[in-house]
Design a protein around this ligand. Structure first.
Ligand code: ADE
Ligand code: ZN
Length: 321
């Protein structure tokens, strides 16, 4: 099987309905009954409902050891699909809402990574994220914490949430703080926002990658810029199809972006919400665009080259391909 690497996945969004229910039961936490459909899967209808459902499910994660369990469980599933490296987003805002400190949530995730490395040989690192719709002040608070409480597994800073809220320039103080401390950054743009959302991100934030970025396809000059600057795109086709952006894999712009010279990578975003996995995304993309294993290996190589981890780890991952 082709080895795989993932750059864009939200840790709280990796927990399966079964794990969410198990953690809630162990914690005596009452889950909002609207979290699940009658078949037990997560209940949401559109992107904004998805964000709310994500918050409801994340509320079951109540402790450092819960973060460890969620991380370990996800990396176990990844390793079973020959994923060798995962860069996961973590959300200190979700942790804080559940009463977990910044330090504890990172230590929990790190313990899950260590345990998964020992058991399955998989590697992972953390991108601390802020939530765009919570506003610039919340983002700056996370960035402050990021800089004042470094952790060896934290390799970058990012932003998710509702792209329609606020303007990228509002978040420049947070992103600049982290950038000036020597870290790489990425922002969700061109998922639900159009090409201008990507342009605004490139113009106002010191990003090294773009989360999604797929709606660049609507602006050929922007595609050309992304290609000539070789700014990697963290593409999550199944997520985009589930949230209604594209009808199916064949109509997804992944291949057009790749053919135009963009650095394309494959990720799962929030796998149980979108009924997917990294392995499934590789498989569906390969089938839709008739990619052979060498093409898929090149996509993995793109991901490793675009990863925010240190060069020694990248070399180790590349030599294992
Ligand atoms: N948070 C979790 N998943 C997300 C997504 N796909 N877009 C924006 N924010 C998110
Ligand atoms: Zn995302």
């Amino acid at each position: 099987m082709v080895k795989k690497a993932e750059l864009h996945v939200h840790l709280e969004g990796t927990a399966t309905p079964a794990l969410v229910k198990k953690l809630a039961a162990e914690n005596g936490a009452e889950l909002d009954p609207t979290t699940f459909k009658s078949d037990g899967e997560f209940l949401w209808t559109d992107f904004w409902e998805f964000l709310k459902c994500y918050d409801k499910a994340a509320a079951a994660i109540r402790s450092k050891s819960d973060y460890q369990a969620v991380t370990y469980d996800y990396l176990r599933r990844c390793a079973a699909e020959d994923v060798i490296y995962v860069e996961t987003f973590s959300s200190p805002d979700h942790a804080a809402t559940a009463g977990i400190s910044y330090e504890d949530h990172l230590e929990g995730i790190a313990a899950g990574i260590d345990q998964a490395r020992l058991d399955f040989g998989i590697e992972a690192r953390i991108i601390v994220t802020c939530v765009r719709h919570l506003g610039a002040q919340s983002a700056l608070k996370i960035a402050d914490k990021f800089v004042s409480s470094p952790h060896p597994y934290v390799v970058g800073f990012g932003m998710g949430g509702d792209e329609a809220m606020f303007h990228p320039k509002d978040f420049a103080p947070a992103f600049n703080l982290v950038h000036e401390a020597g870290f790489s950054t990425t922002n969700h743009a061109g998922e639900f926002g159009g090409p201008s959302s990507i342009r605004d991100t490139l113009n106002h934030l010191p990003v090294q990658r773009i989360g999604h970025g797929v709606r660049a396809i609507e602006d050929p000059a922007l595609v050309e810029e992304l290609a000539s600057r070789q700014i990697p795109l963290e593409i999550c086709p199944g997520s985009n199809i589930s949230t209604g952006l594209y009808k199916n894999y064949e109509e997804h712009p992944f291949n057009r972006l790749m053919q135009a010279g963009c650095v394309t990578t494959i990720s799962s975003d929030d796998p149980p919400f979108f009924a997917t996995s990294v392995g499934n995304e590789y498989e569906k993309v390969a089938k839709a665009f008739d990619y052979d294993d060498q093409m898929l290996r090149n996509i993995t190589l793109n991901s490793i080259n675009a990863a925010f981890c240190d060069d020694d780890l990248k070399q180790k991952l590349i030599s294992s391909l």
